[in-house]
Write a protein that binds this ligand. Structure first.
Ligand code: GUN
Ligand code: ZN
Length: 446
């Protein structure tokens, strides 16, 4: 058993909104279970908890903030090496950089090397769980999940399905792709902290037969995740309308094939209408809001006001390599900015929203966990949850130190932290499944 003394930030895992808990002088107590995974035993005020755990060694992190490890709701590990590749929008970007680059993952050694780098980089930025696209090559999933397992991370990934409108090197074959998916589910889903996601790339890249097969797999494996893209870009939406003239909307295509259910996470969702939002809310499917990607590719602005009004489940995502950064702070900053933007997806003017700092933080932790159906497991630090957490240092940069020192309230402090922090502020990252609670540290312990 171990304990940490620090300022503590956590969330009620069962709330469908950011129910923030904060303890300025707090104690976090964790212990490993029979499965070797560390779980939170207690969290609260130091004064109240210390007498209950007198024998437990306490690591003194006063002056720092312990918070749940961040959850990235949508990211492509094979796109690590194409971050910052400029193009005239999504479809040219896929043709010019993404597909040629992803074809290299036919080589398992390449996949293994990128997977190792990617996971270390995610962890270094404080991300301890992610819903991840591999490539269409099944071995690219093996590489990533093997590396995640070695690090004790809770991680979810899937082999991309794309049997049409895709070049040689990444295009797969309908029957084989579905058989491969089924084999990968059997090999990885529920192995320790690992999970599998059925991964149709997007409607334009999948034949009816492939989408139908994906839906059948999703029905046979209700606790397996589904991940895809929807309504990201105007040219993409127009293309879907041409390919599926009889479906009411882009989202309706996925619904017709049985791909709209809880544990289904669709990236972007910029060009949705109110009927789509109602279907998302009713089905329990979630949107992975990906603001740095939407800004980089010029896709548009997610409509927070409409999504919230409709009760859509949502969380934050980097969408690397369309996204520009692994840092949850960069994603939260972009989300705030996009919320302020006074335009809607359809270009009409509207009033922006001002997302509160605890809301931004929640969307990247407990809210994202909820979108994955993993509330109470990760993302909250409530007792019983797995002990994935970050130790954050407000002294990490001169400006961060100066600005946070002048905050008059917790909300102001959190907001300043989100606006000014990067991975230098991530002092330690504790992974609940790591052997002996190994942690990666950006700075050697003093
Ligand atoms: N739509 C289909 N594939 C992709 C992808 O790799 N990235 C993004 N941002 N959108 C997509
Ligand atoms: Zn994506």
């Amino acid at each position: 058993m171990r304990a940490w003394r620090a300022s503590l930030l956590w969330f009620d895992p069962d709330a469908d909104h950011p129910d923030l808990r904060f303890e300025r002088d707090g104690l976090l107590v964790a212990a490993p279970g029979a499965d070797g995974v560390w779980r939170v035993q207690a969290i609260g005020a130091f004064e109240a908890l210390r007498p209950r755990w007198p024998q437990v060694p306490v690591q003194d992190e006063r002056g720092r903030l312990i918070a749940p490890g961040f959850i990235d709701l949508h990211v492509h590990y094979p796109q690590t090496d194409i971050i910052g590749a400029p193009a005239d929008g999504l479809l040219p970007w896929l043709e010019r950089y993404t597909f040629p680059h992803e074809s290299r993952f036919a080589d398992p050694a390449h996949a293994e090397a990128v997977a190792a780098f990617f996971l270390d980089e995610m962890r270094r930025h404080g991300v301890t769980t992610a819903l991840t696209f591999a490539t269409s090559h099944p071995a690219s999933v093996d590489a990533l999940l093997r590396q995640a397992q070695a690090r004790g991370l809770r991680w979810i990934a899937g082999k991309v399905l794309q049997d049409r409108h895709s070049p040689d090197g990444v295009r797969d074959e309908t029957e084989t792709s579905l058989a491969d998916t089924e084999a990968l589910i059997a090999r990885w889903h529920g192995q320790g902290r690992l999970g599998y996601a059925i991964t149709p790339r997007f409607a334009p890249s999948c034949s009816d037969a492939q989408l139908r097969g994906a839906g059948e797999l999703a029905a046979r494996h209700p606790d397996v995740w589904i991940q895809s893209h929807v309504a990201e870009n105007v040219d993409e939406v127009r293309w879907v309308r041409e390919l599926y003239p009889h479906d009411r909307s882009y989202l309706a295509v996925y619904e017709r094939f049985g791909l709209l259910r809880r544990r289904a996470v669709y990236a972007h969702g910029i060009y949705l209408d109110d009927a789509d939002r109602a279907r998302l809310a009713d089905s329990g499917a979630a949107i992975a809001v990906s603001p740095t990607s939407n800004l980089f590719l010029g896709s548009g602005f997610f409509d927070y006001g409409a999504a919230r009004a409709a009760g859509v489940t949502l969380g934050l995502a980097s969408d690397v390599g369309g996204g520009m950064s692994f840092s949850p702070f960069a994603t939260m900053r972009a989300a705030y900015t996009v919320g302020r933007a006074a335009v809607r997806g359809d270009g009409a003017a509207k009033l922006g929203v001002s997302l509160a700092p605890e809301d931004l933080w929640w969307q990247h932790t407990a809210g994202a966990a909820r979108a994955l159906g993993l509330q109470g497991v990760v993302g909250s630090l409530a007792p019983g949850s797995e002990a994935d957490f970050v130790v954050l240092d407000p002294q990490a940069t001169p400006l961060l130190a100066r600005r946070t020192a002048q905050a008059a309230s917790l909300a102001e402090w959190l907001f300043a932290f989100i606006m000014l922090a990067d991975e230098r502020a991530v002092r330690d990252v504790h992974v609940a499944g790591a052997p002996a609670l190994q942690h990666s540290s950006n700075v050697d312990a003093a």
